[in-house]
Design a protein around this ligand. Sequence first.
Ligand SMILES: [Zn+2]
Ligand SMILES: [Zn+2]
Length: 307
Amino acid sequence: MSLELLILGSNSAAFAHRRHHTAQLFKLQEQHFLIDCGEGTQLLMKRYKVKLSRIDHIFISHLHGDHYFGLIGLLSTMHLFGRKKDLLLVCPPGLKEILQLQLRHSETSLNFRIQYVEFTPGESEIVHETPKYTVTTLPMDHRVPCSGYLFKEKPKKRRINRNKLPEVQLSSLDIVRLKEGEDILNEDESIKYENKLLTLDPNPSFSYAFFSDTRLRPELVDTIKGVDLLYHEATFANDMKDRAVQTFHTTAEQAAQFAKDAEVGKLVLGHFSARYKELDPILNEAKAIFPKAELAIEGTKFVVDGK
Ligand SMILES: [Zn+2]
Ligand SMILES: [Zn+2]
């Protein structure tokens, strides 16, 4: 099992230098999640061979156009392709109204159901959960209600040590109990097989934190402590620090310091301002503080599959 992040778009407000607006495809537990959907996302999905039908979950961070203007086009294409499956859409308040207005005036009735989950601005809450993972909102500090997302696998079960199996006789119920960490008992409650002799530690649980447009959020260091992968906006380099504060954004240096404080496995920087044709200044500035930093170059896939 692994975690995969494919960058589709990584620029801020304006298209520039062949860079597009924010969109990324995240994969965990065989599920594909689209995170933000800037204009042109469906074309980028085509370019990077991402099948529309695989997407059952979409997470939108906020209602600035560079993060959702591609959504109505994407939904319309899903409709045209005959989608029937439900789609989960986690989003800020207001998006449902916008989409319903667009659909109403084009007299379109989608042939699939959108299950809207509106997050509560300013609060951290679980917005999606399965037996295997949770998705929690991360309140951002931006000009409009905005949320990042923390994707986290739940602790996994212990693994049966197959090398030991020829030596013992186990029922299927025994195996379930062993995976839960229990010993196998005799009828008189004495221990028949000790758990640690027949099982191995669980596989690691992976986690990914997506930080959308925001001023620095030191308050969230503990919430995301030790995540395997952190995407953080780095709209500006440090020479534009004042501008970053004014516009509710972050510099690469700030993002790197945040990654270092949160002891993350890897930092991916994105949401670049159009003023930077070359991104080396952003990367170098971050690497000086947190060496495991990389740029969210479109088409790049980040994979975490071991610890
Ligand atoms: Zn933005
Ligand atoms: Zn924004």
